[in-house]
Design a protein around this ligand. Structure first.
Ligand SMILES: NC(=O)c1ccc[n+]([C@@H]2O[C@H](COP(=O)([O-])OP(=O)(O)OC[C@H]3O[C@@H](n4cnc5c(N)ncnc54)[C@H](O)[C@@H]3O)[C@@H](O)[C@H]2O)c1
Length: 333
């Protein structure tokens, strides 16, 4: 099978990260890189042996063939710039792997998801935290009944991030990841209730505690912060079932299974050889490439855009809960 021809739009740090993943992937060739900042596009073109473009319109007009395209733009709350290039690519029937958050605006996220659906174009999002052998193993245990009935899903995710650009930057930009992992294990979220706190000297809502009720009755809790991280780690996921408890640290580094009725704990460090969070990028992009190669139907794409829209709907409901002081029912689309 010929290598897939790949484009990347937005050549900042993360666009270059995607580029390194496609370069290392034996099934892909980067043929086009695009950035509205000429220098960034030119440098990337040189580094990856691709053609440089300075707008998606120009890239599409050139007639270059693309089997798929990453959209690694950023913008307001790290999601404000994704809409325009994504709509242009989807209209041209080009499969898109977008970055998170899918958008900082629900109406725009809905438009992109709808367009991809109407046109039957694959549209995935880089919700990379679930693409670890540890998460896959834990899900397998859950499916096979090793945890018994799942009762509780807890997630802590925090990093040091002094960015003060918008009041809701922390929840909108970071927590697509945490909430996606929670949804990966427990499904759709029905209701939320949340409290926020501004960190010391901060203007933005940089700390959050949110309670979640999933549609299947599972209950969960999210702890999030932009005022932590460092030696505190990045993330801790806990699944509590009637027969056992699973803890995953740092997405991939430690996986523990604690049986409820025995003290024989099972421990895996770096399952599948995954070293650290950085390895989730090639893992997620590898899964996207496999979806493209196998022509996975758009509705079955792993971590599809619809999942990314659903986490933003949870996020907006969490904000609404804090603003209204009420338990909020999460819209499902
Ligand atoms: N999945 C993850 O773990 C992870 C981690 C960090 C960041 N991110 C996400 O990655 C995205 C990019 O982050 P970054 O730090 O690389 O941002 P960045 O601002 O450094 O880079 C974005 C680039 O996109 C370009 N751009 C904007 N609009 C464009 C357009 N219409 N056409 C072409 N180029 C355009 C900008 O000029 C810029 O060079 C963000 O959405 C961020 O949330 C994801």
């Amino acid at each position: 099978m010929a290598k897939l021809k790949i484009g990347i739009v937005g050549m900042g740090g993360i666009g270059n990260n995607h580029a390194r993943c496609y370069t290392a992937n034996q099934h892909t060739d980067i043929v086009a890189v695009c950035d509205i900042i000429k220098d960034k596009a030119d440098k990337a073109a040189e580094a990856y042996g691709a053609k440089a473009f300075y707008s998606v319109r120009e890239m599409l007009k050139s007639g270059i063939h693309l089997d798929g395209c990453s959209v690694t733009t950023a913008g307001i709350e790290n999601g404000g710039d994704h809409h325009k290039p994504t709509m242009e690519l989807l209209r041209a029937q080009i499969p898109v792997l977008g970055e998170k958050p899918i958008s900082n605006e629900i109406s725009k996220a809905r438009q992109m998801v709808k367009l991809a659906k109407d046109r039957h174009v694959p549209y995935g999002v880089n919700l990379n935290h679930r693409f670890t052998p540890a998460a896959v193993q834990a899900k397998e245990w859950l499916k096979k009944g090793r945890l018994g009935e799942l009762n509780i899903v807890n997630m802590t995710m925090w990093i040091n991030n002094p960015n003060e650009s918008s009041p809701w930057f922390h929840i909108r930009a970071l927590h697509p990841h945490s909430l996606d992992v929670m949804r990966y294990f427990a499904g759709d979220v029905d209701k939320v209730q949340a409290f926020f706190k501004k960190g010391k000297g901060r203007k933005i809502w940089s700390n959050v505690q949110a309670n979640l009720l999933f549609a299947n009755g599972v209950i969960g809790h999210l702890t999030g912060s932009y005022d932590a991280g460092g030696s505190y780690g990045l993330e801790t996921l806990e699944l509590v079932g009637s027969e056992g408890r699973v803890v995953i640290n740092e997405a991939c580094e430690k996986l523990r299974f604690y049986p409820r009725f025995s003290n024989q704990v099972e421990s895996f460090d770096h399952l599948g050889g995954m070293q650290s969070f950085g390895d989730t990028f090639p893992s997620r992009i590898g899964a996207w490439v496999e979806d493209l190669r196998k022509k996975t139907p758009p509705a079955k794409i792993d971590a599809k855009a619809e999942d990314a829209l659903k986490v933003q709907l949870v996020i907006e409901s969490i904000i609404k809960s804090w603003e209204t002081g009420k338990v909020v029912t999460v819209p499902q689309k």
